[in-house]
Structures are given as structure tokens and as C-alpha cells.
Design a protein around this ligand. Structure first.
Ligand code: AMP
Ligand code: ZN
Length: 480
């Protein structure tokens, strides 16, 4: 079975058949660069980068385009507030965006086109829509006439009238239909502006993504993704614009991630609960943030709270500690052990590994169900721990562990959850730090601060270390 994708357009899972065999053309709506990006924005950036890399792992040649919206009301407003130019604001936060991507171990896209560098393409697209009678001028603005596009509303699964009733669009008596949207906005004083056939002005937001996706991926391409808030009107409008200008279908598969809530509430500036990735990264490692998203299905809502993050951190430590131990095991090449010669115990372990491998890949193929896949990853970790606990990792044990390590590293080409540097669990420093911690704990006990001493013990227990208090002092050991 091949890859299946839940398509927002048809509201079902479909077999993924790229337009050109072996190649995937994939577009993701990127950031509006008016601030540091927040933990909600990180979700599409992380999960779709993993899916793109998984597609590569499965042998596809992927062209991945993630745009940068660097002209927008929010950028202009910030620039005015801070008495600087919009270009300056956009430049600062574009740089910050790339820095944060790198920290989060998100790979750069094939292209990161900027809106301001594609004004000519946007103008050409609007001209085409005008020539075809789909766009109309209104005092220097240009609008898209939604009534000229019979499929308008298909992505949202709604008819024009339903959308009209539900939409909170600004009522503008001059527009032919309240849902008509701006393709081009006439220049206002103090705003960035470009020359155009309609006078000085700037593009609307939706036309940016149509122009940039079509430039780099062609009029029809495979996957278009973004957060679910973008389904309407942004993606609906992109389809209307591109199909209006000549695309047969524009994107074939539409993928949308669910929203992130924070401590059960919607994250928003007005509630004052917006958390930037930059802030979070001061306390939490990027791999833990990645695991937090990947252990959940990308279409489900996800809740961010300190408790969930702590739990995720413990899970990540289990994975990393095991990987650290696997790094210490001698790497035994495959041909040294012929499966037939292996003792039953080792053969059974390899079978178990094979089972989790296929289940992992089946899960990823099934609409990128990384949540289920991560479950199997932890089963593989358990299997490794069991073998590690059996005794010195030599002979066939080392062979099986080498295979497990290879599996984990193969998956890490798209998951980026593991750290290659020596695991703290096996380095000399770690042992010293552990001894120090036990000394501190003993001092606490002597001072009858048992609550604190117990807390240290139970925290270590959660991390997989057992503390035993003996008459001659405390000792620790790693639990299997
Ligand atoms: P923006 O910079 O606001 O255009 O958002 C960039 C990307 O983040 C878009 O794909 C949005 O749909 C997505 N996004 C914004 N807020 C959230 C959130 N709270 N949870 C998940 N995705 C979000
Ligand atoms: Zn977009």
C-alpha cells in the first residue's frame, strides 16, 4: 500500500498519486514576518517539514516551497508604531524566522520566496483575471468577483450563500458581492507601494500564495498545506484566483493542521497568552518540542501546558538515553551474522523489530499518522532496553542492537529527535553529577527535609533511575 492523504477538498483519505511519478510538488503557507513566530505557528512548520522529509525517505523527489509574507497590514502597523520602515521590520523577523527554524531542526525548504520579490508575477496574474472578466476595478483597488467562479466554496464545503451568511467580512457597499476580496490595494500614505496598471499600490494577501506557488510548482501541483484557519477564506481564494487564471485544479491534495490551544484556551494576543518559540526554547529543548507535536495526530487539536511538556520531556529522555547507550555498542555489519545462524532469542528480537518497523511505516503512510508511528518508535526503545538489560552488548546482542540503532537513525532523517553527542546516561560526567545529586539528597535527609529528598528520588525514578538507600549510603542504577 502506498501513501494516503486526508484531502480537505474531498473530506476523505485518498491514495496519494503525484502528477509526475516519483516527484512531489508541495506548497506550505509560511509566516507573516511581523513578530517572532509562536508555538502555534511552529506546528505546521514542524509537521509539514517532517512529511516532506518522510516523502523523501520513501524515495520521492520533493520540491517544497514555503513563502514569506513580507508585506502586510500587521507589518505596516508595527513599523508605524516603532517608527521604522516596514521593510526593516520584515527583514528583522525574516532573519529571526530562519534562526528559529534552524534551532527547531526544521530543514530549509527548496525555496522560500518573498512576496515583495514577486510583485511582477502577482500583477501578471491579476491582469489575467481582469482580462477574463473575473476581476474588477474599484477606485484604484482591484477585486475578485466570486460569483464568476462556480466552484467557490468547494474547499470549505459550503455554498456561496452559506459562506456569505457566516462570513464576518467588512460590508463594503461598493463591492458586487460581500465575499469579493482585494487582489490589489491602492496605495495609502506611509505604506509600501509598487507601480501597477491600476496605479501605485500593493498586492492582497491571497494573490501572493497563488503567484508564488504557481511560479515554483506550475499551475497544477500535488500538495498545498497550512493551518486549518486558512481554509477559508485564504485557501478558498487561492483556488478561485489560480483556477480563474488557468489552473485546471491548482493543488490536488489540501492538508490542514489542527490548532494549538494553550492551557485549554485559544492562544491570542488579546488573552496575553502568546508564547513565542524563542521564549520556549530558553527552557525546553527543540527535540522535546518536536516530539510534543509529532506524538499527536496533525489534524487533531493540541493542547500546550507545562505538564504536557514535562511529560514529553521524560519520554524524550527515555528515547535519548537508549540511543546514547546504542551509540556505545559496537556496530556490527549485517553480513557478519547470517539470520539463519542466529540463536532463537536474537531472531525473535529481530522479528519484533521488523514488526514495529512495518507498523511504523504503515502509520506514516496512513495520512502521516506520526502519533501512531511514535508509539512504535517507543516499542523499539523498549525492545532495545530489554536487550541492553540482558547483559554485555556483545555478539548477537550487539548485532541486534546495531540493527535497532540503524532503524532509529533511519527514522531520524525525518524525525530529528535524536542527539548524536554522547548521551548523559553513559558519560563520566553524568556519573559525577549523579553522585553529587545523591550527596545533596543525603544532606537533605540529615536535615530532615524528607519532602525534598523524596522529590529528588521520585523525579529520578520518572527519568528511569532507581535510588536505593543502603546503610553505607545511597546507590543508583538505571532501570531496564
Ligand atoms: P501566520 O504567520 O499567522 O500566517 O501563520 C503561519 C502558519 O501558522 C499558518 O499556517 C497558520 O495557519 C498557522 N497557525 C497560526 N496559529 C496557529 C495555532 N494556534 N495552531 C496551529 N497553527 C497555527
Ligand atoms: Zn498562503
Amino acid at each position: 500500500m502506498g501513501i494516503r492523504i486526508y484531502n480537505t477538498l474531498t473530506k476523505k483519505k485518498e491514495d496519494f498519486i503525484p502528477i509526475e511519478p516519483g516527484k512531489v510538488k508541495f506548497y506550505l503557507c509560511g509566516p507573516t514576518v511581523y513578530d517572532y513566530f509562536h508555538i502555534g505557528n511552529a506546528r505546521p512548520f514542524i509537521v509539514f517539514d517532517v512529511f516532506r522529509r518522510y516523502l523523501e525517505y520513501r524515495g520521492f523527489d520533493v520540491t517544497f516551497v514555503v513563502n514569506i509574507t513580507d508585506v502586510d497590514d500587521k507589518i505596516i502597523n508595527r513599523a508605524h508604531r516603532e517608527n521604522r520602515s516596514p521593510a526593516d521590520v520584515a527583514e528583522e523577523f525574516t532573519r529571526a524566522y530562519f534562526e528559529d527554524l534552524e534551532k527547531l531542526r526544521i530543514r530549509r525548504a527548496t525555496v522560500h520566496p518573498k512576496a515583495t520579490e514577486h510583485i511582477a508575477e502577482m500583477i501578471a496574474l491579476i491582469r489575467k483575471l481582469e482580462e477574463r472578466g473575473i476581476a474588477y476595478r474599484l477606485n484604484g483597488d482591484v477585486y475578485y468577483n466570486v460569483e464568476k467562479f462556480p466552484d467557490y466554496g468547494r474547499l470549505s464545503g459550503k455554498k456561496l450563500e452559506e459562506l456569505q451568511a457566516g462570513a464576518r467580512v467588512e460590508v463594503d457597499e461598493r463591492k458586487r458581492n460581500p465575499l469579493d476580496f482585494a487582489l490589489w490595494k491602492a496605495a495609502k500614505p506611509g505604506e509600501p507601494a509598487w507601480d501597477s496598471p491600476w496605479g501605485k499600490g500593493r498586492p492582497g494577501w491571497h494573490i501572493e500564495c497563488s503567484a508564488m506557488s504557481m511560479k515554483y510548482l506550475g499551475p497544477d501541483f500535488d500538495i498545498h498545506a497550512g493551518g486549518e484557519d486558512l481554509i477559508f477564506p485564504h485557501h478558498e481564494n487561492e483556488i478561485a484566483q489560480s483556477c480563474g487564471a488557468g489552473s485546471a485544479q491548482f493543488a490536488r491534495y489540501w492538508m490542514h493542521n489542527g490548532f494549538l490551544n494553550i492551557r485549554g484556551e485559544k492562544m491570542s494576543k488579546s488573552l496575553g497568552n502568546v508564547l513565542t518559540v524563542r521564549e520556549i526554547l530558553k527552557q525546553i529543548s527543540p527535540e522535546v518540542i518536536r516530539l510534543f507535536f509529532l506524538q499527536k495526530h496533525y489534524r487533531s487539536p493540541i493542547n500546550y501546558s507545562e505538564d504536557i511538556l514535562e511529560e514529553t520531556e521524560r519520554a524524550w529522555r527515555r528515547l535519548q538515553n537508549t540511543y546514547g547507550e546504542l551509540l556505545q555498542v559496537e556496530n556490527i555489519p549485517e553480513d557478519e551474522f547470517l539470520a539463519g545462524k542466529l540463536p532463537d532469542r536474537a531472531r525473535a528480537a529481530l522479528q519484533e523489530l521488523a514488526h514495529h518497523r512495518s507498523a511504523f511505516e504503515e502509520a506514516m503512510d496512513d495520512d502521516f499518522n506520526s502519533a501512531r508511528a511514535i508509539g512504535h518508535l517507543f516499542e523499539i526503545v523498549k525492545l532495545a532496553n530489554r536487550i541492553l538489560a540482558e547483559g554485555k552488548p556483545e555478539g548477537e546482542r550487539a548485532y541486534v542492537l546495531s540493527r535497532i540503532r540503524k532503524t532509529l537513525e533511519g527514522y531520524d532523517s525525518f524525525l530529528s529527535l535524536l542527539r548524536k553527542e554522547e548521551s548523559p546516561a553513559t558519560s563520566g560526567d553524568f556519573e559525577k553529577v549523579m553522585e553529587l545529586l545523591l550527596e545533596v539528597r543525603n544532606s537533605l535527609r540529615k536535615k530532615k527535609l524528607f519532602d525534598l529528598a523524596d522529590e529528588i528520588r521520585s523525579k529520578l525514578h520518572e527519568m528511569g533511575y532507581q535510588i536505593e538507600d543502603r546503610p553505607d549510603g545511597s546507590v543508583w542504577k538505571k532501570m531496564s
